[in-house]
Design a protein around this ligand. Structure first.
Ligand SMILES: *Cc1c(COP(=O)(O)O)cnc(C)c1O
Length: 357
């Protein structure tokens, strides 16, 4: 299998070897040490401000999106949310469900955020801003400088879903004034799915502490309290958390977050340099390093996905909803190398020879 989807992605040998081991009991000093190290490394890689904390939830990225909305926002807030695709829509749904007053900034598919789009909301009493910094469905990386400055000027609490952007594009919580950042195990962390992470800067911790949210499984206060000693309230995905530990250490050993971003950026550039003469249009006006969404001009996107999967053993990532037939995506996250893209390009050329592309 050769997997270019955006998650689950290919894991390194080291991470996979841990997956083959027995899963240990976890109420132990040994497992606590693993968790405390996970927290320390994530804080370092997120460039989180002094006093920040990390919560590891056993649940996919959406669990952390929901826990964040529930615990840091209230009906007294007035939120702005960027909606440029499937994941922006998910934030909108969560705000609706939890009755948080909000205004949606709807983006044309693939389009970049511009200063003039934020200008009408300047000085309008907004208290929170939510953005999927990489809208993974269209591969658009929104401008964090623009958003960070806007939030600082207007004293707005900034929630960033970086589920696919953490480790693929620069993200400095301290420099950009990000109050809360979310990521997940199955994207650039390149581990099995099942764990999502919330990095809470001091302003987010204050909101959680002051909140009156009722939830048992997603209780962030409880999670933070248990996390002080490297534990979780309930049985976590112990095996996946051990794999995350190996992966974080691997990144640390290989030069840290900036080196990993450079590696993924180079893979994206390698692939993009070779598709100029293929019948694909680029979708994103402001491309993330994580993924390249493509619009095939001579074939159906979902059919390309199916044929590559069934006849070549290669997985590209289909899009859902109204993008199903027009867009597919090629990911750059996970244990991928230049040769893997050579294999993919050769398959595209073969499809051309066969008259499918
Ligand atoms: C993958 C992803 C999610 C989370 O999806 P889950 O299926 O719940 O893990 C959320 N936001 C973005 C931007 C993503 O790429």
């Amino acid at each position: 299998m050769l997997n270019f989807t955006v998650g689950p992605v290919m894991s390194s040998e080291e991470v996979r070897a841990i997956g083959a081991e027995q899963v240990p009991y976890f109420r132990t000093p040994e497992f606590s040490a693993v968790m405390l190290e996970n927290e320390k490394l994530v804080l370092k890689f997120a460039k989180a401000p002094e006093g920040s904390r990390v919560v590891f939830l056993t649940g996919s990225g959406t669990a952390s999106m929901e826990a964040s909305v529930m615990h840091t926002l209230t009906p007294a807030d007035k939120a702005l949310v960027i909606n440029g695709g499937s994941f922006g829509q998910r934030f909108v749904q969560l705000l609706e469900l939890h009755e948080i007053p909000h205004t949606e900034i709807r983006m044309r598919k693939g389009s970049a955020l511009k200063a003039e789009m934020l200008a009408p909301y300047e000085g309008q009493g907004y208290t929170a801003f939510l953005v999927n910094i990489d809208e993974t469905s269209t591969g658009v990386l929104y401008d964090i400088d623009l958003i960070g400055d806007f939030c600082r000027r207007n004293d707005i609490f900034l929630i960033v879903d970086a589920i696919s952007a953490f480790f693929t594009d620069p993200l400095d919580m301290t420099a950009k004034g990000i109050d809360l950042m979310i990521t997940g195990s199955q994207k650039a962390l390149a581990c099995p799915p099942g764990v999502s992470l919330i990095v809470l800067a001091p302003r987010a911790l204050e909101r959680v502490a002051a909140g009156k949210t009722k939830s048992m499984y997603l209780d962030l206060k409880d999670a933070l309290k248990n996390g002080e000693r490297g534990q979780t309230p309930f049985t976590p995905a112990v095996g996946t958390l051990r794999q995350i530990n190996a992966r974080l250490r691997q990144i640390d050993r290989n030069g840290g977050v900036d080196a990993e971003i450079a590696r993924i950026g180079a893979l994206a550039a390698y692939f993009r340099a070779q598709i100029a003469d293929l019948p694909f249009e680029l979708v994103s006006e402001s491309p993330t390093n994580a993924v390249t969404p493509l619009h095939p001009t001579t074939a159906n996107a979902y059919e390309i996905f199916t044929i590559l999967k069934d006849e070549y053993g290669i997985w590209v990532c289909p899009n859902g909803g109204d993008m199903k037939d027009t867009i597919f995506r090629v990911g750059h996250i996970g244990d991928l190398h230049n040769e893997d893209y050579d294999t993919l390009i050769a398959a595209f050329r073969d499809l051309q020879r066969r008259g499918i592309l």
